[in-house]
Design a binder for this molecule. Structure first.
Ligand SMILES: [Cu+2]
Length: 215
């Protein structure tokens, strides 16, 4: 074998060794971390731990309570099992909103059987009202009274809700007790809920501290 032949063989060995090292490096960098990140995301969604929970202090006691990730506490009084919902038809953004949300984005979570006290303020040019409905349909139509049973009416009545609300700058209040279940809150004025003015209330025995989530 001449010198050129030896050189070619050496080059082949060196090149092969380099490629094996390169592939092993890429395999470790690209493949190894993926399952770890994936698991971390799943754990974050499924469990509440100290690192992703929000610690809050209630308005009436000094009890610290952990909430699900992304949740914000609602004001409440655990002594008389009351939660306060401050709801605003906001003047910023699109007109058919509650606290800037629409179409079921805003979810209130309350302990089953607690009393809900609603303070509903209208900042919007159009008249609006606030209803809590035991709904029997998936999404609201033009007349929400046809979509279930009205349990609470603020700024209107259970019979005049289609065209009676409060004007801009006014606040109306109402209260009711909600057994375990899933409800809508919605503006009852004809077509307003269908245009987006509704959200969800979850009353559950698994909720101990009232909170809300916006999806
Ligand atoms: Cu309305």
């Amino acid at each position: 074998m001449n010198k050129i032949g030896v050189g070619i063989i050496v080059l082949i060995f060196v090149g092969t060794a380099f490629m094996i090292g390169f592939l092993a490096y890429n395999f470790s960098v690209v493949n190894f971390p993926v399952p770890v990140v994936h698991n971390a995301k799943l754990l974050g969604k499924l469990t509440v731990t100290a690192s992703n929970a929000t610690t809050i202090t209630s308005t009436s006691t000094s009890t610290n309570t952990s909430l699900p990730s992304g949740a914000e506490p609602l004001p409440y009084n655990s002594a008389n099992k009351t939660v306060f919902l401050y709801v605003v038809a906001s003047s910023s953004g699109q007109p058919f909103n509650f606290n800037g949300t629409s179409n079921g984005q805003l979810h209130f979570y309350i302990p089953a059987g607690w009393t809900v006290i609603v303070h509903f303020t209208n900042q919007e040019g159009l008249e609006h009202n606030f209803l809590i409905i035991q709904n029997t349909t998936a999404t609201p139509g033009d007349d929400v009274g046809q979509d279930g049973t009205i349990l609470l009416a603020a700024g209107t009545t259970t019979s005049n809700y289609l065209n009676q609300g409060i004007s801009s700058g006014q606040t109306a209040s109402a209260s009711t007790t909600l057994p375990a279940g899933i409800y809508w809150f919605a503006c009852g004025i004809s077509g307003h809920a269908a245009a987006g003015m509704w959200g969800v209330i979850v009353s559950s025995s698994s909720v101990t501290t009232p909170y809300y989530l916006i999806s």
